[in-house]
Design a protein around this ligand. Structure first.
Ligand SMILES: CC(C)(COP(=O)(O)OP(=O)(O)OC[C@H]1O[C@@H](n2cnc3c(N)ncnc32)[C@H](O)[C@@H]1OP(=O)(O)O)[C@@H](O)C(=O)NCCC(=O)NCCS
Length: 151
């Protein structure tokens, strides 16, 4: 287990398949309800990809947070890391776990040779925005997200 956060009663480590159920439960708190079976499939698929990292925070023997980070290659800008999702259990917020998860994602990005981390956050998540600013992120643009279902 990695040392980040151990002094404050939690530890950050790479996620494993055994974490699927807790990651799914926490996804619900993020606003993306997912059952454990579907989460396991996603974790397996992501786990096979070297350009993705998933890390969990463990406290008192339970997974209490997770972060997903991945590399993005683009033509118009240098490759960078993007945060796919981040959540800390409601009962464990405000004790540095979110910061430690983001630091782990940033360390992963550095190891991958990436020069920046970006993330997209829904405009309604004002509390998350305050958190990101507190840990050194700045808003660089506002976007609309478009989608089309492929039938
Ligand atoms: C956002 C979230 C991950 C923060 O996790 P956390 O473990 O509570 O955050 P930390 O305790 O590591 O906080 C780190 C710093 O941010 C500050 N911070 C955290 N939440 C904050 C808030 N709502 N408003 C202002 N500052 C905040 C903390 O005070 C701390 O500052 P400090 O180091 O100077 O004391 C957590 O609130 C969460 O899971 N929210 C719901 C899901 C979500 O919105 N995810 C992001 C989607 S884009």
């Amino acid at each position: 287990m990695q040392a980040i956060g151990t002094a404050t009663g939690f530890a950050i480590r790479a996620a494993g398949e055994g974490d699927a159920e807790r990651i799914a439960t926490l996804s619900e708190q993020l606003g993306y309800p997912t059952d454990a079976e579907a989460m396991l499939k996603r974790l397996r698929a992501i786990g096979r990809r070297p350009d993705h990292g998933v890390f969990v925070a463990e406290a008192e023997g339970n997974v209490v947070g997770w972060v997903h980070v991945y590399a993005v290659a683009a033509l118009e800008s240098p490759a960078h890391a993007e945060i796919g999702g981040l959540v800390v259990d409601e009962a464990h917020r405000g004790r540095g776990i979110g910061r430690a998860l983001m630091e782990r994602a940033e360390a992963w990005a550095r190891d991958m040779g990436l020069g920046a981390v970006r993330l997209r956050s829904n405009v309604i998540r004002a509390e998350a925005h305050a958190f990101y600013e507190r840990i050194g992120y700045a808003q660089v643009k506002t976007q609309k997200v478009f989608a089309k279902a492929l039938t």
